[in-house]
Write a protein that binds this ligand. Structure first.
Ligand code: FAS
Ligand code: PHB
Length: 392
C-alpha cells in the first residue's frame, strides 16, 4: 500500500488529521488497531474548547455537534461549602466551551471518512515505523486481528496518533520525556439521570475532589478522586452516590439527584511530555506525544491543536515546496502543550487533597480557590486557559 501521509491511530487526532488533509486534497491512510465499536464507545473527554469547535465546523464535521452539543458559558468552583461561578464570556471577551463527548466527535469523523475520505482500516495494528529518518518512511502493520497478514504502508510522511501506548514514539530516537504521576485517579461514572446542575461543578472537599459533568440533558457524567490503584468494582453504586453527595455539599443545601449507573471506570492521572514531537518524516500528535490529567479538560483539545498545526504545515509543503512549517512543528506545538500542562497541573493540585497533605496544604488550596473567587485577574487566567490557548 502507498499513500502520502500514513496515520497511525483513529482517535480524535488521527481522524481529524485525515479530515483536514482530505479537505486540502492530500491523501492519507488511517491504520487503527482496534475495531470501530471500540473507538466509538470508549468513554473519554467531554469538553471541546472554542478553538476545537471552530475547527470541527470549518472541517465540515460540526453539524451534529451544533445540533446535539451543549454550549456552556461557565463552570462552578465549590469549596468549603461555598459556590463560585467562573463566567467565561465576561472574562475572555466572549469565549465559551461545548459539552460534546469525544465518542461523538469520533463517530462524526469516522462517518465522514468512510463516506468520502481515504482508507480507514480497523483492526490494522501498526507493528513498527521504519525509515522515519529517510524520505521513504513505512509502517509495518498486521491487518485483520492477531492472526492477520502482515503488510507495509509506504508513505512520504508518517504521523503517530496512536496514543500513549502506541508504537510511534519509540521510533523517535534520543527523545526526552518529562513526567509526573499523581497518587490518585478518578473513578468515573455514567448515570441515566439529568445533571443536577446546568454547568460543570468542580468541587474541592477535605474528603477529596468531585466533578459533575454531563453527556446530554438526561445523562450525567461524574467523577470522584480515589487512590491511584482503585478497582472500580470495589465501590458499590450507593457508596459512590453517598460520597459524591458529601463532596458536593454546600451551605445553601444543594442536592445531587441519583440514577442508575451504567458505566464505571478508573482513570489514572499523569502529566507527560515527549520532546521532540518529530523525527525526520515521522510526526507525533496528541496523546502519543503528551498526556495531561483530565482536570483541565485539555487532552482532546491539545490533540486538535497538534493536527491543525501539522495539516497547515503539510499543506504549506505541498503548495510552496517549503519545509519551513514542518521544521517548526514540534516547537510550535510544545509551546501550547506546556501551557496546557501548566494549567492542568495547577487545576489538579488546586482541587485534589493529596494523601499525606498537611493542614497547611489544605489551607493553601482554600486560599488559592478563594483567590479565584475574589480576583478578576486570577479568574481571567483560569477562564482563558479553560476555554483554550490559541492554536499555532
Ligand atoms: P487516543 O488514545 O484517543 O487514540 C489513539 C488511537 O490509536 C486509539 O484508537 C488506539 O486504539 C490506536 N492505537 C494505539 N496503538 C496502535 C497501533 N499500534 N496501531 C494502530 N492503532 C493504534 N481528556 C479530556 O480532555 N477530558 C477527559 O475527561 C479525559 N478523560 C480520559 C479518560 C481516559 C481513560 C483516558 C485514557 C484519557 C482521557 N482523556 C481525557 C484524554 C483523552 O481524551 C485524550 O487526550 C484523547 O483521546 C487524545 O486523542 P488521541 O491523541 O487521538 O489518542
Ligand atoms: C467529562 O465530561 O468527561 C469531563 C469534563 C471536564 C473535565 C474532565 C472530564 O475536566
Amino acid at each position: 500500500m502507498r499513500t502520502t501521509v500514513g496515520i497511525i491511530g483513529a482517535g480524535p487526532a488521527g481522524l481529524l488529521l485525515a479530515r483536514l488533509l482530505h479537505n486540502a486534497g492530500i491523501d492519507s491512510v488511517v491504520l487503527e488497531g482496534r475495531d470501530r465499536a471500540y473507538v466509538e464507545h470508549r468513554q473519554r473527554a467531554g469538553i471541546l474548547e472554542q478553538g476545537t469547535v471552530d475547527v470541527l465546523r470549518a472541517a465540515g464535521a460540526g453539524e451534529r455537534m451544533d445540533r446535539e452539543g451543549l454550549p456552556h458559558e461557565g463552570i462552578e468552583l465549590r469549596f468549603a461549602g461555598r459556590r463560585h461561578r467562573v463566567d467565561f464570556p465576561a472574562l475572555t471577551g466572549g469565549r465559551s466551551v461545548m459539552v460534546y463527548a469525544q465518542t461523538e466527535v469520533c463517530k462524526d469523523l469516522i462517518a465522514l471518512q468512510l463516506a468520502d475520505g481515504g482508507p480507514l482500516l480497523f483492526e490494522a495494528e501498526a507493528l513498527a515505523v521504519e525509515g522515519a529518518g529517510t524520505d521513504r518512511p513505512r509502517v509495518r502493520f498486521r491487518h485483520g486481528g492477531p492472526d492477520g497478514a502482515e503488510d507495509v504502508l509506504e508513505c512520504e510522511y508518517v504521523v503517530g496518533c496512536d496514543g500513549f501506548r502506541g508504537v510511534s514514539r519509540a521510533a523517535v530516537p534520543g527523545g526526552r520525556a518529562f513526567e509526573r504521576t499523581y497518587p490518585y485517579g478518578w473513578l468515573g461514572i455514567l448515570a441515566d439521570v439529568a445533571p443536577s446542575h446546568d454547568e460543570l461543578v468542580y468541587a474541592r472537599h477535605d474528603r477529596g475532589f468531585a466533578l459533575l459533568s454531563m453527556r446530554s440533558p438526561s445523562v450525567s457524567r461524574l467523577y470522584l478522586q480515589v487512590p491511584a490503584d482503585t478497582d472500580p468494582d470495589s465501590w458499590s453504586d450507593d457508596e459512590i452516590w453517598a460520597e459524591l453527595e458529601r463532596r458536593f455539599e454546600t451551605r445553601d443545601g444543594w442536592t445531587l439527584d441519583r440514577g442508575p449507573i451504567t458505566q464505571k471506570s478508573v482513570t489514572p492521572m499523569r502529566s507527560y511530555v515527549h520532546e521532540p514531537m518529530r523525527h525526520g518524516r515521522l510526526f507525533l500528535a496528541g496523546d502519543a506525544a503528551h498526556i495531561v490529567p483530565p482536570t483541565g479538560a485539555k487532552g482532546l483539545n491539545l490533540a486538535v491543536g497538534d493536527v491543525v498545526t501539522l495539516a497547515r504545515a503539510l499543506v504549506h509543503r505541498a503548495e510552496k515546496g517549503s519545509d519551513e512549517l514542518l521544521d517548526a512543528y514540534s516547537a510550535t506545538c510544545l509551546r501550547r502543550v506546556w501551557q496546557a500542562e501548566r494549567f492542568s497541573y495547577d487545576m489538579t493540585t488546586l482541587l485534589h487533597p493529596a494523601p499525606g497533605a498537611t493542614p497547611f496544604d489544605d489551607r493553601l488550596q482554600l486560599a488559592r480557590l478563594d483567590r479565584f473567587a475574589s480576583s478578576r485577574a486570577a479568574a481571567t487566567d483560569l477562564a482563558e486557559a479553560y476555554t483554550g490557548f490559541p492554536i499555532g
